[in-house]
Design a protein around this ligand. Structure first.
Ligand code: ADP
Ligand code: MG
Length: 409
């Protein structure tokens, strides 16, 4: 039995990979219903720090992993006293906190966007001065920020898909934005002109073996990943550099498991590390259909002490995320996706479709990234047209029930 902290779609795809290799999975997730909890052999519905649930996991699972970087690192530390845990608490603690993450990257010589750490504490005990040299207080030392405007204020913990971020142009806007961050520590980062964004999923086993997946080029919309194009349309030198940096990151972290490094590509070809995720990543979903080994199978392999699988690609691929916005009037017409034989549809079984919520994705396979991208965008438009069409129909016939049965029910 393998243990999994977190019930989201990344955990669902991990569970599927584990089950296809003959393992059984126990999920720990507080929610009643979850994408991975609904397919795992067992679902413990409890808090991540619930001692009964952690004891149950530790005594029934040979190894435990996570699909969610915001699990309390303490849960991983406690489990590690009894069973194999990958990734380790210490790595997750760094990746889940933007301040630790940035400081780790900068201290180890990885290029990052210029930034400052802002304590932003409402606690008056902290107002007298920084407790360590990296912590600066904007109210007292605004001169520390020239050069960071226009910038992006990012909350240190629990931000995802662009949430917990605010663009700021000057100290007044910064102070205002800080007041909306509930006293949480933040990072102020310079807004950079990006040529593109790329990411690398890398894995490192307990035997120190490392493997990187092909580099993905990522396009975001409203702070959420929209499309990943693989291989990325960047120079071979950038590809090599991205893979080398990703390997150095896992080695410096002494990481065991699957991790994603997100990069900013600047106009001069320089790569800056944006952030790291201590788990498989949305930009690596293409690997399910396009690679010999998926990022989720790789996670299983590391966790179980098995050799890493080949990350070679069968051919170029483009992945498109399906957000809840498309479900506004019922489930989309999957015919628009499935009528193309080289396109693979993945739905996460979420019962409620909210705008911005990741409900699924599709991957277009082709001989060339450009043709895959073209078809991917055609399908995207067709789904949106269908969506608008339904909205229009409903405006004309408001009484008619348009909701289709959801696949997940
Ligand atoms: P999240 O945790 O929500 O993924 P990120 O820090 O990766 O947060 O930011 C989301 C997206 O916002 C990035 O992928 C990028 O498109 C944009 N972004 C973030 N920081 C910067 C920056 N310093 N300069 C330019 N764009 C940025
Ligand atoms: Mg990101």
């Amino acid at each position: 039995m393998l243990g999994l902290l977190g019930g989201g779609q990344l955990g669902r795809m991990f569970t599927m990979a584990a089950q296809s290799m003959g393992y059984r999975v126990t999920v720990l997730d507080p929610a009643n219903e979850s994408p991975s909890g609904s397919i795992a052999e067992r679902h413990l519905r409890a808090d991540y720090l619930d001692s009964g649930a952690l004891n149950e996991l530790a005594s029934t699972c040979a190894a435990v992993t996570t699909e969610f970087e915001n699990v309390p690192a303490e849960a991983l530390r406690l489990l590690a006293e009894h069973c194999v845990v990958s990734p380790a608490a210490k790595s997750v603690a760094i990746a889940q906190n933007r301040i630790f993450e940035k400081n780790f990257l900068a201290a180890n010589g990885f290029g990052v966007a210029p930034y400052a750490v802002i304590q932003n504490s409402l606690d008056s005990a902290n107002v007298d001065g920084p407790r360590n040299p990296e912590v600066v207080l904007p109210q007292k030392q605004p001169q520390l920020f020239p050069g960071l405007f226009p910038g992006i204020l990012k909350v240190s913990r629990f931000g995802y898909d662009g949430k917990g971020q605010k663009r700021v142009n000057n100290t007044a806007e910064l102070d205002y934005a800080l007041s909306g961050m509930n006293g949480e520590p933040c990072v102020l980062e310079k807004l950079l002109p990006l040529e593109s964004e790329v990411s690398v999923v890398v894995s490192r086993g307990f035997d120190n073996e490392v493997a990187t997946f092909p580099v993905a080029e990522n396009q975001h919309r409203n702070g959420i990943l929209d499309v990943s194009i693989v291989p990325a349309r960047v120079s071979p030198a950038i590809v090599q550099n991205a893979r080398d940096i990703a390997i150095r990151v896992v080695e410096k972290l002494d990481y065991r498991g699957v991790l994603c490094v997100e990069f900013f590509v600047l106009a001069d070809g320089r790569l800056l590390v944006n952030e790291i995720a201590p788990r498989p990543h949305n930009s690596g979903h293409y690997s399910i259909d396009a690679c010999v080994t998926s990022q989720f199978e790789q996670q299983v392999r590391v966790l179980c002490g098995l050799p890493l699988g080949s990350t070679a690609m069968h051919g170029p691929a483009v992945m498109v995320n399906l957000l809840g916005d498309l479900w506004q009037r019922g489930e989309p017409e999957w015919e628009q996706v499935l009528r193309h034989p080289n396109v693979k549809l993945h739905l996460y079984g979420k019962l409620e479709a909210r705008p911005g919520r990741k409900m699924g994705h599709y991957t277009v396979l082709s001989d060339a990234a450009e043709t895959a991208l073209q078809l991917a965008l055609e399908i995207k438009q067709a789904l949106q047209r269908e969506h608008h069409h339904i909205l229009e129909r409903n405006e004309h016939r408001p009484d008619e029930k348009q909701d289709r049965p959801s696949r997940a029910v």
